[in-house]
Structures are given as structure tokens and as C-alpha cells.
Design a protein around this ligand. Structure first.
Ligand SMILES: CC(=O)N[C@H]1[C@@H](OP(=O)(O)OP(=O)(O)OC[C@H]2O[C@@H](n3ccc(=O)[nH]c3=O)[C@H](O)[C@@H]2O)O[C@H](CO)[C@@H](O)[C@@H]1O
Ligand SMILES: C=C(OP(=O)(O)O)C(=O)O
Length: 418
């Protein structure tokens, strides 16, 4: 096990470049299963989740070669095969192969990925959609089995705009017979990126980024070359870290339109933000003000930024309320922040955060990816030494985190822990 040691109190100053988006590359890697032809993905972040998704599709016979930040994916010998539980458990997003498998081979058998630290995360919306398209689903002994001798276009209304269900159903529909209409879909930028990749492969998908997506099934898809969009959550995390340390930071490659809700909150708290064509500049020289914040599907405030904004609010002036409306169990970081001196009360899905003058370094433990990011931010803001256990979570979603932070003047390093 490794931990991250952080000596807090140094303002983050300088420039970093945002990496490719984790939540865009994962569905796009799954989508390469939809063709027999080679694909080339550029701007791919070096993350554990990308490696594990690579293992998942390699299990199906896909060949992958990595050169720098480019992935060459050759699915010409891919076959439908059972995916073992040890792989699916390591990566929740492994469920994104269900749509492509059903679309191309008309069947799948995958181990249920189960819940995770942030919530139970059922797949009912994905499965209901597959059933509407003609699939028969059987869930037994921890596996989900699906067969669909023929897959038809259907008119599907999602009860909730689930990101994963929208992606899986888009991928199931691209090779189905006829037209699929997906209503009340997720509108995240990563859904638009998936649509763009599918259309480069010859699919007929339109509407991503809005409430309704229309997919006209085609008989076959070709290979495609595609550059992954920048990671809005990574960019947002560094902006929050800079604001918390009263620093100034330029995040090159960050897309303003993807971060509107986060930038609005940072401005409301008192940070200065300049939106530029190729990035975002933030400066925060005085104590920030507390704000209220509710997580919502995009374009609302992202749940994947909730732990980080909570860390920032721990030393803001006044009391703010954070409502987590997406995941039922995403406040583990609050107890750890309290060890550092934060004043936080949790009532179900509501956190009441009253700013204290300063946090103190402590030994804290991360249970999930964004919770880990929040603890790193708190460590950078705190007086003294913070040890963050559970840093392997960070490697799922942040490329070269220590290097990027060190280049901005942060004092942190990894150590082996017991
Ligand atoms: C790889 C990836 O892109 N992960 C993101 C994706 O996760 P993911 O795609 O898993 O998130 P969803 O949008 O599907 O889940 C949102 C909520 O809907 C519920 N739900 C979802 C599907 C379903 O069939 N039934 C159901 O009840 C979930 O339990 C959760 O409470 O979107 C989340 C919400 O923005 C982000 O936090 C994750 O970073
Ligand atoms: C919850 C997240 O990811 P995943 O859906 O891959 O668990 C996240 O990126 O914060």
C-alpha cells in the first residue's frame, strides 16, 4: 500500500495541461468492439481505469498497442466471451461492454460489477432498455446474461438520465434494425464525444448533448481515428486546488463550456476566473465565501466535483449546504476532513459545512477516487503534514497527479505504508 505525504500551505502557481477524459475514453474503448476494423484513439490518459478496460477488451481477443498517448486498437479477432468477475469488479465502467456485445454478437454474459463506495449503482435502466430492443435478460449467480437473436430499434424513456445507460443503449442501437429513440438521456460532454466517435465509424447518431438521441441502425461499422476530449473533472479539481491554496493557475486545454457550473460556483465563492480560448485561468488571493451547492445531472454541478468543493468550503467564510442528489453514499471524505479540523455535519444526503480559519495536517484515508482528490486538496490547504492513505484510488482518474502538483510548487510525495 502507498500513501501520499503532503506538506500544506504552498500556493499552487503556474500552468498545467489537462489530460484526456477518463469518462470519455472508457465508453469509446468499449465502442471499438462494434467494428472488425482498427481504431486509433489519441489523447488517451495514462490511468489504471484505461489499463483495466484494456484488459477487459483484450479478454475478448482485441489487440491493443500504446504509443505515447495514442492507443491502436485492433478488434479484428474479437469474439464474444464471458468476462470474469475479478475484472468487472476492478472497473465499474466495464459494464459498458454490454451494449457493444449485444449489438455485434447478440449476446453477452458478464459478471455483475456490484456497488462501490459511493452507492449501490444498479444497472436496471441499461437492462430495461436492452429488453425494449428485443433482448432476453437473465440474472443469476452474480452474472447478467442477455440474448437477442435480433435487436430492434425502440422508443425508450429513461427514468433518470443515467450516463452509463445512455452510452450502453446508444452502442446497442447503432447496429440494431431500425430507428431507436432514447428520451430523457444524459447530456454530459462525454456522451457527445461517444456520438462523434460512433459517427466517425459510420453510425447514424444525432442529438447527443440534448434530451433525446435518435439512432438509425446501420449493418456495419468501420474503424475510426479520434481524439478524446479534455477531462473536465481533472481540470475542475486543479482549479479548486489552486483556489484552496490561494494560488493562481492556468489549466491549458480546459473547456469553459464543459465547466460552466463549476466556474459559476468558484466565482460565487470569490475566485477570479478568466475564460480563454484554449484554457481557464484562476486566481484566488483572499478568503473565499461559503456557498450552497447541489449536484445534478449535466449541465448541473457534477457529483464528481462534490468532494473537492466540500474540501474548498472547509475554510471558506460562513456556512454552506451541499446536497448530493446523484449518489446515495458519497460523503466518506467528510469524516476524514473532520479529522483535519473541518466543521461538517451530515444529514442523509445533505452536508452542512461551516468554514474554519485553517485545517491541520492529519492521517486520513480515501475510500474512492474523488474523495481522494478532496483529501489531497485539503492536505495542500492545511497547516503541517497530511498523510493520505488509499491513494491507489487517485491513479484511476488522475494522470501524473504528483508531477502536475509539484510543477505548481506543491510539496508532496508518495511513500510505502503498512
Ligand atoms: C465511467 C463514467 O462515466 N462514470 C461516471 C458516470 O457513472 P455512471 O454511468 O455509473 O452513472 P449514472 O449516471 O448511470 O448513475 C447516476 C445515478 O443513477 C443511478 N442508476 C444508474 C443506472 C441504472 O440503471 N439505475 C440507476 O438507478 C445510479 O445508481 C446513480 O445513483 O456518471 C456518474 C454521474 O455523473 C459519474 O459520477 C461517473 O464518474
Ligand atoms: C465515480 C467515478 O467514476 P466511475 O463511474 O468510473 O466509478 C468518478 O469518476 O468519479
Amino acid at each position: 500500500m502507498e500513501c501520499l505525504k503532503i506538506v500544506g500551505g504552498y500556493p499552487l502557481e503556474g500552468e498545467i495541461k489537462v489530460s484526456g477524459a477518463k469518462n470519455a475514453i472508457l465508453p469509446i474503448m468499449a465502442a471499438t468492439l462494434l467494428t472488425r476494423h482498427p481504431c486509433c484513439l489519441e489523447g488517451v490518459p495514462d490511468l489504471i481505469d484505461v489499463k483495466v478496460m484494456g484488459e477487459v477488451i483484450k479478454t475478448l481477443g482485441v489487440k491493443i498497442k500504446k504509443e505515447g498517448d495514442t492507443l491502436y486498437i485492433d478488434p479484428s479477432l474479437a469474439q464474444e466471451r464471458e468476462i470474469q468477475p475479478d475484472l468487472t469488479r476492478r472497473l465499474r465502467a466495464s459494464n459498458l461492454i454490454m451494449g457493444p456485445l449485444l449489438s455485434r454478437w447478440h449476446r453477452f454474459r458478464v459478471a455483475y460489477p456490484g456497488g462501490c463506495a459511493i452507492g449501490s449503482r444498479p444497472l436496471d435502466l441499461h437492462l430495461k432498455g436492452f429488453i425494449a430492443m428485443g433482448a432476453t435478460i437473465r440474472e443469476a449467480q452474480g452474472f447478467i446474461e442477455a440474448t437477442a437473436p435480433r435487436l430492434y430499434g425502440a422508443d425508450i424513456h429513461l427514468d433518470f438520465p443515467s450516463v452509463g445507460a445512455t452510452e450502453n443503449l446508444m452502442m446497442a442501437a447503432v447496429l440494431a434494425e431500425g430507428v431507436t429513440i432514447l428520451r430523457n438521456v444524459a447530456r454530459e460532454p462525454e456522451i457527445v464525444d461517444l456520438q462523434n466517435f460512433l459517427n466517425k465509424m459510420g453510425a447514424k447518431v444525432q442529438g447527443a448533448g440534448q434530451d433525446v438521441i435518435r439512432i438509425e441502425g446501420v449493418p456495419e461499422l468501420r474503424g475510426a481515428r479520434h481524439r478524446i476530449i479534455p477531462d473536465r473533472i481533472e481540470a475542475g479539481t486543479y482549479l479548486v486546488a489552486a483556489a484552496g491554496t490561494r494560488g493562481r493557475l492556468y489549466v491549458r486545454g480546459a473547456q469553459v463550456e464543459h465547466l460552466a457550473a463549476v466556474l459559476a460556483k468558484l466565482r460565487e465563492m470569490g475566485a477570479y476566473i478568466r475564460e480563454e480560448k484554449n484554457g481557464i485561468y484562476l486566481e484566488a488571493k483572499k478568503r473565499l465565501q461559503a456557498v450552497d451547492c447541489k449536484t445534478l445531472p449535466y449541465p448541473g454541478f457534477p457529483t464528481d466535483m462534490q468532494p473537492q468543493i466540500m474540501a474548498l468550503m472547509t475554510t471558506a467564510q460562513g456556512t454552506g449546504i451541499i446536497i448530493e442528489s446523484i449518489f446515495e453514499n458519497r460523503f466518506h471524505h467528510a469524516a476524514e476532513l473532520k479529522r483535519m479540523g473541518a466543521d461538517i455535519k451530515i444529514e442523509g444526503r445533505i452536508a452542512i459545512v461551516t468554514g474554519v480559519s485553517t485545517l491541520s495536517g492529519a492521517l486520513v484515508e480515501a475510500r474512492d477516487l474523488r474523495g481522494a482528490a478532496a483529501l489531497v486538496i485539503a492536505g495542500l490547504m492545511a497547516e503541517g503534514l497530511t498523510s493520505v492513505e488509499g491513494v491507489h484510488h487517485l491513479d484511476r482518474g488522475y494522470e501524473r497527479l504528483e508531477n502536475k502538483l509539484q510543477s505548481l510548487g506543491a510539496k508532496l510525495w508518495r511513500e510505502k505504508s503498512e
